[in-house]
Design a protein around this ligand. Structure first.
Ligand code: 3SL
Length: 251
């Protein structure tokens, strides 16, 4: 298995695709997606364009859909949710499809949707992601950080490091054999330095500060937790992610 980390979707190779692509947006899209599926959402459908989201979701009855729109950290007017994982309670999402569009995270997922396997990862489901990789052993794996508007983000890269570090430990392989690019080693080093102070790191991060200015203190606290949900969002059709455990594999 060869693992590569990309700090933003724009940095991923244009002419090739990995066997397995993992989109990360700790603050907050993939944390929201994991939480919604854990709370029983039927699926999460991601859009980079708000108008396209409204058009596609119009064919769903209001009691079977939730429209989540975020731009610049704030909820888009006229949408049911913004992009807080704390909104995704069972009472509000169970049995419904979450149609979501965010500033960065949904764009990262669209960037990698051509891969044979597409997963959504955050700190809260790190182990579920590692378990999937250990079971399926894809030859090439990309972890694609969402960043912020094309820029590096501490929180997404530390999550990539958390995944890579645990994967290397459980594979028992050398870093030289696992790492497909230098960014893997940088991400693991960042994680090793901050693994016991992830909430602090998220508060230091530029996007974390942006969310704190919007009073999203509880979001940062929630998103900084590691391995609290054993849920793996996996793409079942372009742009549609479902809980891997809710899918019966037809043999
Ligand atoms: O999903 C995203 O693009 C987030 O980075 C934006 S926010 O956390 O909802 O501000």
């Amino acid at each position: 298995m060869k693992l590569s980390v990309f700090h933003t979707p724009e940095l991923t190779p244009e002419t090739t695709v990995a066997n397995c692509a993992i989109a990360v947006d700790v603050l907050r899209a993939t944390s929201t997606i994991v939480t919604a599926l854990s709370a029983g959402a039927e699926a999460v459908q991601v859009f980079s364009d708000l108008d396209q989201l409204l058009k596609v979701s119009e064919s769903w009855s209001p009691d079977k859909r939730i429209r989540a729109g975020e731009r610049g950290g704030a909820k888009v007017k006229g949408f049911d949710f913004g992009n807080s994982p704390l909104d995704c309670t069972p009472e509000r999402v169970k049995g419904r499809r979450l149609f979501i569009s965010t500033t960065n995270g949904t764009r990262a997922l669209q960037c990698v949707q051509a891969a044979p396997m597409v997963l959504a990862a955050a700190l809260i489901n790190r182990q579920a992601v590692v378990d999937y990789l250990l079971k399926h052993q894809p030859e090439t794996v990309w972890i694609v950080a969402s960043g912020w508007e094309g820029n590096f983000s501490l929180e997404d890269t530390v999550c990539a490091g958390a995944i890579a570090h645990r994967l290397q430990t459980e594979l028992g392989c050398s870093l030289e054999n696992l790492a497909g690019n230098d960014e893997v080693i940088g991400a693991i080093t960042l994680y090793q330095q901050w693994q016991n102070r992830l909430h602090d790191l998220l508060r230091y991060a530029s996007h974390g500060k942006r969310l704190l200015s919007l009073d999203c203190h509880e979001d940062l606290k929630y998103c900084s937790q590691t391995d609290i949900l054993d849920v793996l969002p996996i793409q079942r059709e372009p742009g549609v992610l479902m809980n891997s455990q809710s899918l019966v594999t037809v043999r």
